[in-house]
Design a protein around this ligand. Structure first.
Ligand code: HEC
Length: 130
């Protein structure tokens, strides 16, 4: 019995180490190209951001950004809860992820589709979500 417990614990430790640091605890370091970028648009840009969000993001991230959109249901990992994430990271982090996507997930980079201004508008919209 003890042996089984040991094997299970070893496996668990292996899986944990293979995953690295849990993403929620410490967000990955922002590449220098993006670190320190700030959103120069006012909060009113969230209105334009809402339209972009509806077109490109809502299907996965859901109406309020909770990660519960219809196209996100079967994904692993599931789309991120955006207001929850936004409370723990800066604008530069959000901009970088939206521009470049997140490798290993269904989150693609939107840089080719959205220009910088549009990405910032979406960031403003995410900041307006509760
Ligand atoms: C095909 C479904 C899909 C679409 C469309 C999509 N996302 Fe995502 N998004 C994901 C998934 C899956 C993740 C990864 C969640 C995780 O890593 O836990 C993610 C992660 C994110 C993250 C957080 C990345 C991180 O570091 O955890 C942000 C910010 C984000 N998306 C914003 C957006 C925005 C803005 C749009 C629209 C321009 C968008 N997403 C469109 C599925 C999608």
């Amino acid at each position: 019995m003890k042996k089984i417990l040991f094997v299970v614990l070893s496996l668990f430790a292996f899986v944990l180490s293979a995953c690295g640091t849990p993403a929620a605890a410490t967000p990955e370091a922002i590449p220098a190209e993006f670190a320190g970028k700030t959103n120069t648009l006012g909060a009113d840009s969230a209105t334009a951001g809402a339209e972009i969000y509806k077109t490109y993001c809502l299907a996965c991230h859901g109406e309020k950004g909770a990660g519960d959109g219809p196209a996100g249901v079967g994904l692993s990992p599931k789309p991120k809860d955006l207001p929850e994430l936004a409370a723990t990271v800066g604008d530069d982090y959000l901009f970088w992820r939206i521009a470049k996507g997140k490798p290993g997930t269904s989150m693609v980079g939107w840089q080719g589709t959205l220009d910088d201004e549009k990405i910032w508008q979406v960031v403003s919209f995410i900041r307006s979500l509760k």
